[in-house]
Design a protein around this ligand. Structure first.
Ligand SMILES: [Zn+2]
Length: 164
């Protein structure tokens, strides 16, 4: 039997975009400043595609905050504070990115975004006890039952708007 060498590239065909190596500098002159910018650009593009869900959520939050601020006669929003459950399906980093985009040209431009994460907690009716949930269907750590109720962890709400 002859030995066969299998490389990931050969076996899976064309390498996927994420498997590609970042471009290497061709000489010593252009090592740092230009190349990391390329890496940043592609990172940002991926984040933007993934963040559409968060952009829609943030549009709604900023619209509500601006309406509240205007009703109070405010000229600016200084800080927007959100409560985000750990099982809400929202990525906090993407929220920050979405916030920066959505705030442009509104009362909230330049405002700080504070995201308070709410840990998911289940309630087991058999044990009459609360427990931490990593998923929607987390078992009770005491009796291993799955019939607990999720008490918190799905929040997606504004907790405060600081205005001036
Ligand atoms: Zn239990």
């Amino acid at each position: 039997m002859t030995a066969r060498k299998i490389t990931p590239g050969r076996r899976t065909g064309k390498p996927k975009f994420r498997d590609r190596q970042p471009p290497q500098p061709r000489n010593n002159l252009c090592q740092s400043p230009a190349k990391p910018w390329l890496a940043f650009k592609s990172y940002r593009r991926t984040l933007m595609a993934d963040a559409m869900h968060e952009v829609a959520i943030m549009e709604e939050a900023v619209r509500t905050a601006v309406a509240t601020a205007q009703a109070s006669g405010a000229s600016r929003i200084l800080e927007l504070r959100l409560r985000v459950g750990s099982l809400s399906g929202v990525v906090p980093e993407a929220l920050q990115f979405a916030f920066d985009v959505v705030c442009r040209g509104t009362l909230a431009e330049g405002a700080a975004l504070v995201v308070d994460t709410v840990p998911a907690t289940g309630w087991c009716p058999d044990c009459q006890a609360e427990y931490a949930c990593a998923h929607y269907f987390s078992e009770c750590p005491h009796c291993q039952n799955f019939n607990g109720q999720l008490r918190q962890g799905r929040e997606l709400e504004i907790s405060s708007v600081e205005i001036s």
